[in-house]
Design a protein around this ligand. Sequence first.
Ligand code: LLP
Length: 380
Amino acid sequence: MSFSLSGELLARPTPFYHYDLSLLRRTLEAVQQAARPRGFHVHYALKANVNEPILRLIKEHGLGADCVSANEVQRALDTGFAPQDIVFAGVGKTDAEITRALAADIWCFNAESAQELVVLNELAGGQNRRARVALRVNPNVDAHTHHYITTGLEANKFGIGLNDLPAVVEQLATLPNLELVGLHAHIGSQITDLAVFAELSQKLNELQTWLEEQGYTLPHLNVGGGLGIDYNDPDTNPIPDFEAYFRTFEQHLIRRPGQQVHVELGRAIVAQCGTLVSRVLYVKRSQQTQFAILDAGLTELIRPALYGSHHHIQNLSSQGDIQPYDVVGPICESSDTFGRAVPLPETQRGDLVVLRSAGAYGEVMSSGYNLREKAEAVYS
Ligand code: LLP
């Protein structure tokens, strides 16, 4: 199916984000159909997109919430996620954020360092509570993805290194206001090679056995998110292969009876339903290149500038001959480039150009640089 916008949307001022809620609904049904029969619980990583209609639909489909700030915890609560379906992760939680999340009695804190555990213990004690914690481990598994979005290698700041784990577990025994409920790992994002999830499972199996030898049983495992999507061909693959993803964990992760296993997916849930819609302001020809200058830029979608990411670009207005265009934004930065030598039908001022697969880490990472106004979001 090829992408189109209704007449009413075609006439809107640009740039704006468009979200296809029916695709989101089908994605949510697919993820639950793959997860539920296999006994996996799906959490949604709010960091990918926090728009209310999107969160509401996600909540209605029975997913939990993975949050990385107290404001995200609050957004999840405001949307109606139950506290027991909320986890709070992040390498730099402030005291004020921990205090707020404790008061909300969320299910669990994913703790990332020895020092964080001490602070968490102290703040929980101050509220006469016992905080449930999962240790985020750094399993040293290479996710084979962009180095800016790989998180599970020893060189990354995330998680507790395997070498440090024995000392941290020993320390736990001295922290009476903490209850160890699980292990957590997240090794990176936009992962398309499922073999790395098998490797992660094996590492978690070993760690779990070791923890049991230390006298801990874990009611909860959280294997993180990271499932990638097809940025090249969103029309052919609008919904990721959730079956293959869960099958990998089903085959490789050794689960204990009654144990809850969470995944926390962001991109795989919301990326494909979002599109950044813009208009061509100018076409400029230089000796080597012709530029299509859009009214959307890195202020609306920073992924290409920040990671060199590819988003499929389409001109919805023209049927002309295909020519190469450097598609750029209006911002005063050379990195404000969405693609070079992009094959597009002959393009003119006023044409509608869309950047696909922008539902995850698009709008949430937008900025007001150059005093730009925030692009609106529309839903259909
Ligand atoms: N859990 C944790 C602990 C995470 O750090 C992340 C993402 C997720 C879950 C969700 O990962 P996902 O399923 O979306 O891959 N801004 C970058 C992506 C950063 C991902 C950060 N962590 C991008 O635009 O590609």
